[in-house]
Each structure stands twice: as C-alpha cells, then as structure tokens.
Design a protein around this ligand. Structure first.
Ligand code: SAM
Length: 280
C-alpha cells in the first residue's frame, strides 16, 4: 500500500540509523495499512488538526497527513528529526510541524496555537498512562483536545472501560469514565510492531463529555479514589481512614455501606464521596 510517494519505513529506519531504543518505549509500526486503520479509528477528516506524541520514523504521521490532517508532533528522540523533516517536505508548508521535546512537560495549547486538536498516538509504554492522566486532568474542561485515539497495552485499555466488581476496575477507570466516553477500537498483536513488545496492544478512543458525568471536583475525586484503591481489598471504613473526614462519617453522608470495598463502588458513588469530602 502506498499512502504517499515517500520511501518504505524500513528504508527510512536503515538510512537514518533509527534502531529502536527500549528506554524511549520505541516499538515502531511499519505497516501503512495499520497506521491508516488508526487514522480511520480517529475519524480524521481533511482539515483536522492532530497532535501526535512520538512520531518516531513517521509511520502514523504519514497516515494522518494522507487522511488530510495538519499534524503537530512532539518527539523526544532527536535521531528521528531528519526523517521527519523529509516527511514534512513531501507536504505543503505548515501541514507537519515537528517539535523536539518532551510530551510530559510541553504546553499543548501553546504549541497548537490555542486551536482544538484530535490527539492520535502510538504511545511509548513507559509514559503512556502518565500522559493519559495528564490529558484527563485537563483544566479547564471541556479540554483543549477533541478526542484521544491512543495505543495502549491491552491491560491498560481494559482498565479504562472496566466496570465495578471486575479485576481491571481501578482509579483510571473512574477518572476516564467520569469525564469521557471510552471505546476500544481494535487489538494489535505484538507482531505488528518492530521490535515486537511482549503484550497485545489495543487502540482506544476517548471523547470528552461536555460536563463530567456526576458533579464533583477532580482534586477531591482523585483523593478518594487514591485512598480507596490504595487498599482495594480492604473495606472502605478502613481504606478511607487517611482522609480529612472520619471514614464512617464520610461513608454515611455519601450513603455508602462502610463494609463496601473500592471495586464495588460505581463512578456516581465515588463522585458522592468527593462531594462530601469537599463539604466538610
Ligand atoms: N509513532 C511511531 C510509530 O507508531 O511507529 C513511534 C511510536 S513508539 C511506540 C513511541 C515514540 O515516542 C518513540 O518515537 C519515542 O522516541 C517517543 N517518545 C518517548 N517518550 C517521549 C516523550 N516523553 N515525549 C515525546 N516523545 C516521546
């Protein structure tokens, strides 16, 4: 399949000496059918602005550009910059902007010129969850991003859409489901990547809700979920002891039985706990 007139990615990697580095979470996608599938999952339309983290040798970037997006990409590995400059040169000026930097600290609205963007990324596994939490914690809300289409280890993807009483239900499930609609698009086997990671990956889509599903402050929600899931097997009357309000009072006022455990509470119940904590 040819998305553009650029050389095959294997050739790009060989010519620029881009042997994958484990420390940077580098597992490259070289099959342009797969990168095109991710661009379709993201619902990219001509004229969309996309923010991509970690373009690497540019496989996903090329699919996004071919779908008609303008892309602003942040890459930490300076070895990739020359290869990415070649991709930029194949398109009209302004279609691909590559910033050399760290996505964990970059000011996204500033580099995007204040324009809303769709985030699309084959994330480095070592910082993927931290980046997601950063984007889910955006202030103000609705956030600067219109959607997130992200590659995760399947185990992380399962946590995002997990229901109460399941093994995968966690702080991340509550935070994601409180403010977004989560959808698992498709799985990719390790063979799709070079080098292959140890685990299956899943492409996940998150769309921000205009308002969180249940009213409460993010900070308070984080406090109660951190305490509750910090000791997920314990009863809440025990696990919530570290908060500023006595656990039994907090639970009574939130109408939650004190013998319940973190994994039994739905998102609405966590939001009630957060509100009661703020009302003390
Ligand atoms: N998008 C490419 C693909 O799909 O083949 C590469 C994906 S690879 C899983 C992750 C990329 O993120 C690598 O290019 C890596 O150098 C880059 N990266 C790692 N940590 C980063 C960070 N903190 N900020 C920006 N890029 C980072």
């Amino acid at each position: 399949m040819s998305l553009d007139d650029l050389p095959p990615l294997r050739e790009v990697i060989a010519r620029h000496g881009l042997a994958a580095k484990k420390t940077l979470g580098q597992n490259f996608l070289l099959d342009l059918n797969i990168t095109a599938r991710i661009a379709r999952a993201a619902g990219i339309e001509p004229g969309d602005l996309v923010y991509e983290v970690g373009p690497g040798p540019g496989g996903l970037t090329r699919a996004l550009l071919a779908a008609g997006a303008s892309v602003v990409a942040v890459e930490r590995d300076e070895r990739c910059l020359e290869a990415l400059a070649e991709v930029a040169a194949a398109y009209p000026p302004g279609r691909l902007t590559v910033i050399s930097g760290d996505a964990m600290t970059i000011d996204e609205p500033a580099i995007l010129g204040g324009r809303p963007a769709k985030v699309v990324a084959n994330l480095p596994y070592n910082v993927g969850t931290a980046l997601l939490i950063r984007w889910l914690s955006a202030d103000p809300w609705p956030p600067w991003w219109r959607s997130l289409t992200l590659m995760f280890q399947r185990e992380v993807a399962e946590r995002l859409s997990a229901a109460p009483r399941s093994e995968a239900y966690s702080r991340l499930s509550v935070l994601a489901q409180w403010r977004t609609l989560v959808r698992a698009h498709f799985d990719l086997s390790p063979k799709a990547f070079v080098p292959p990671p140890k685990v299956t990956s899943t492409v996940v889509g998150l769309t921000p809700l205009a308002e969180p599903r249940f009213p409460c402050r993010l900070d308070a929600l984080e406090k109660v979920t951190a305490q509750a899931f910090g000791q997920r097997r314990k009863m809440l009357r025990q696990s919530l002891k570290g908060l500023a309000v006595p656990a039994e009072d907090l639970l009574a006022r939130a109408e939650i039985v004190p013998t319940a455990r973190a994994e039994e509470l739905d998102v609405a119940a966590f939001a009630r706990l957060a509100r009661v904590l703020d009302d003390r």
